[in-house]
Design a protein around this ligand. Structure first.
Ligand code: IMP
Ligand code: MG
Length: 173
């Protein structure tokens, strides 16, 4: 059976906001190279759109961590599935996330990445569910704060499906 998905944030709204955040990042990183650390797989769609609109030089690296199974609830377990290819030493790092929910994944990731001595480290997320926060994380760039609902699209999945939707939607059960 196909799930019914309602639009929470349209493609046009996401696009306009990504442009706005990219302009802000370009200004804040003037004279520097933005080294984007993308958290697979969810942040890939957002990272590409963002990177295309940033006007200072951009380099990218990817890592994969898991805190969830094919479920909509946190298991509380965070592990590195794939580490970065390159060292972070001396780089101006921008961690790019799809969504911050409990904050467990990011607080863990920030701790280990800080130990690699980047010149600076900032965090950019497409979505934030502040109501669900269990661990504090300092977020530098947020596209949208959303209520406590499970969303899909623009990289976000429900059991690996719907990442390719061009908007952010809610699965109606
Ligand atoms: P956190 O550690 O609880 O902040 O979990 C963040 C991760 O959980 C995200 O990177 C997503 O992979 C996943 N996640 C949390 N909320 C949602 C949602 O509404 N839709 C899809 N994935 C979600
Ligand atoms: Mg993620």
């Amino acid at each position: 059976m196909r799930d019914k998905i309602s639009v929470m944030i349209s493609e046009e709204e996401v696009d306009a906001k990504v442009r706005e955040i990219a302009a802000k990042i370009s200004k804040d990183f003037a004279g520097k190279t933005v080294h984007m650390v993308c958290v697979l797989k969810g942040s890939v769609f957002f990272a590409c759109e963002l990177a295309k609109r940033i006007t200072v030089p951009v380099t990218l690296d990817f890592m994969s961590v898991s805190s969830y199974g094919d479920d909509t609830k946190s298991s509380g377990v965070v592990k590195i599935i794939k580490d970065l290819d390159e060292p972070l030493e001396g780089k101006d790092v921008l961690i790019v996330e799809d969504i911050i929910d409990s904050g467990r994944t990011l607080s863990y990731l920030i701790e280990i990445l800080k130990q690699r001595h980047p010149a600076s480290m900032h965090l950019c997320t497409l979505l934030d569910k502040p109501e669900r926060r269990v661990r504090h994380v300092d977020v530098d760039y947020t596209c949208f704060e959303i209520p406590d609902e499970f969303v899909v699209g623009y990289g976000l999945d429900y059991a690996q499906k719907y990442r390719n939707l061009p908007f952010i939607g809610v699965v109606e059960n």
